[in-house]
Design a protein around this ligand. Structure first.
Ligand SMILES: [Zn+2]
Length: 74
């Protein structure tokens, strides 16, 4: 959905760090600060006041891992 070249030029407005695209949640994630910026109608909203803090340990990708995690592998 989101243009990769667009992603490369987008940075966190807070720390100016790189962002990771989370296609599942339609968010751009600043892994350094654990902020997630929403993407609305395909337009990234890179505003600190719109950002969501990722409270759990680990990043958004980890969150998906936890949900699908099954402790049946020994
Ligand atoms: Zn940041």
């Amino acid at each position: 959905m989101l243009d990769k070249s667009l992603l490369e030029i987008m940075v966190c407005p807070h720390c100016k760090g790189g962002l990771t695209y989370n296609a599942q949640d339609q968010e751009l994630v600043c892994k350094v600060e654990q902020f997630a910026y929403p993407i609305r109608d395909g337009i990234p909203v890179l505003l600190v006041e719109e950002a969501r803090t990722i409270a759990q340990s680990g990043d958004a990708e980890h969150k998906a891992d936890v949900i699908s995690m099954k402790k049946d592998e020994s």
